[in-house]
Design a protein around this ligand. Structure first.
Ligand code: AMP
Ligand code: GLY
Length: 436
């Protein structure tokens, strides 16, 4: 099969790497890809993966490429092309594509849509309200004593969420989003949620419009610095599975979320084919959904792809065909850890084009894969080209082993100003279940 993957981050490298393992993959393009993606090869045909210099949001150029090269399946990584309707566009041209259509992608592209959907269909979530009027928003924030999350409705590169601990902070956040329009049009409408306390986990469920197949749990580390300090980022590291939920608890939590979600989709005629990624807070009152994403998590995908034992081409193809019921997911029992190495200054401004050394040394280590995110090739050498640069991913029989291997690899890699957390998975290592 000829495959086209859209995107250029660590998530897309992990997807390409796993797709390239499949004997079904004879030719693989990635638009626009990165330096690591370009070094992969299709196991079936021996052919190198080809990066195509088309941006993930340039829908016209992507369509032209697909009409010319006729991939048998296109796989969409990031949220933006989904929100722009790439799936509908390709389908209208009879091109097979994996990912939710524009209507279904609203679970991520509109927090107001998601929050209203959860309220109507009984998906457990925080106490919340949706507002277009800042005065009404402030009154609701006051009813929560100001302890709340204030969220811009539309996509805002993961930055449109402000957390407030007091009423003045909440009012300032509402003004920032609705009046100053710090996140542009995304702030025309906002969602306010009560502040939830607990442990955050990432759930993922592959959906084919009928059935949902649940992934194991993972946890991201969203803050830039050790100890969950510093600003929010796209994600600085993950591990999977997490010890915070037993298998039974995971199934119960997922049932409580996915069953009403699926009923709601059926009732509203939403055909969700792709992956649903609910961000969930495990609270004393049970699991509650903070947000829905309509794509794979980044860097969750990096740990998932190293643990997944199924053929990814077959899985994604079954999603599009609506035949996921015939497939059971199989996972390695090992734990995987991904440590993100970012550019100095990220998530603020950072320099690009800095040479990266030590990558060859890491290829000699067992149980490690370095997924590239913001990298490019410059005169044959790998250089930095984005905020999150590499996702150093390792696996082992225990979390401690996987963590040790990941950091041994990180210590071999150097670029000027490299910034990463030293504590990915640390809280889980010290965690004792209240039930044990
Ligand atoms: P979101 O993009 O909606 O997941 O929000 C980004 C981050 O803000 C989440 O990963 C949480 O860490 C935090 N957050 C969002 N909503 C809440 C909430 N209601 N209570 C506590 N923390 C939240
Ligand atoms: N893991 C964060 C995200 O993908 O949004």
């Amino acid at each position: 099969m000829k495959l086209l993957v859209i995107g250029s981050g660590g998530r897309e490298h992990a997807l390409v790497w796993k797709l390239a393992h499949s004997p079904h993959a004879t030719r693989l393009w990635c638009a626009p890809g990165n330096a690591g993606i370009q070094q992969e090869r299709c196991a079936g045909s021996g052919r190198s993966v080809e990066c195509v210099p088309i941006g993930a949001e340039d829908l016209d150029a992507l369509l032209r490429f697909a009409l010319e090269h006729r991939p048998d399946l296109t796989i969409v990584g990031p949220d933006n092309p989904l929100a722009l309707g790439i799936v509908d566009l390709f389908q209208n041209h009879h091109l097979r594509i994996w990912g939710p259509n524009q209507r279904a992608a609203q679970f991520e592209s509109s927090k107001a849509f998601s929050q209203n959907f959860m309220a109507v269909h009984g998906v457990p979530t925080a106490r919340s309200g949706v507002f277009t009027d800042p005065h009404a928003a402030k009154r609701f924030a006051a009813s929560l004593d100001g302890r709340c999350a204030v969220k811009a409705d539309g996509l805002a590169l993961g930055k449109g969420v402000l957390l407030a601990q007091s009423l003045p902070e909440a009012e300032a956040a509402i003004e920032e989003i609705m009046l100053k329009r710090s996140f542009g049009k995304a702030g025309e409408q906002i969602v306010i949620q009560e502040m939830l306390e607990g442990i955050e986990v990432s759930l993922h469920a592959l959906c084919d419009g009928h059935v949902a197949r649940l992934f194991p749990t993972s946890q991201d580390h969203k803050r830039a610095l050790d100890g969950d300090l510093g600003p929010n980022t796209g994600g600085m590291g993950t591990f999977s599975p997490v010890p915070f939920l037993s298998e039974d608890e995971l199934l119960e939590a997922a049932r409580g979320i996915l069953e009403p979600w699926q009923r709601g989709c059926r009732a509203e005629g939403i055909d969700f084919r792709g992956i649903l990624y609910p961000g969930v807070m495990l609270t004393a009152a049970g699991p509650k959904v903070l947000e829905f994403n309509a794509r794979f998590g980044d860097p969750e995908t990096q740990v998932y792809m190293t643990r997944l034992e199924n053929d990814l081409v077959e899985l994604l193809d079954a999603c599009v065909s609506g035949t996921l019921k015939d497939i059971e997911l199989r996972w390695s029992p090992q734990t995987a850890v991904c440590v993100v190495m970012a550019s100095g200054g990220y998530p603020g401004p950072y320099q690009k084009g800095l040479p990266i050394s030590g990558l060859d040394g890491v290829t000699a280590l067992p149980n490690v894969k370095v997924f590239h995110a913001g990298t490019a090739l410059h005169q044959g050498s790998v250089v930095t080209n984005g905020g999150r640069v590499l996702g150093v991913t390792a696996w082992g029989d225990t979390l401690a082993q996987a963590q040790e291997t990941a950091y041994a690899a990180v210590d071999l890699i150097e670029f000027e100003g490299a910034q990463f957390r030293r504590d990915i998975g640390a809280k889980a290592l010290g965690y004792r279940s209240p039930l044990s």
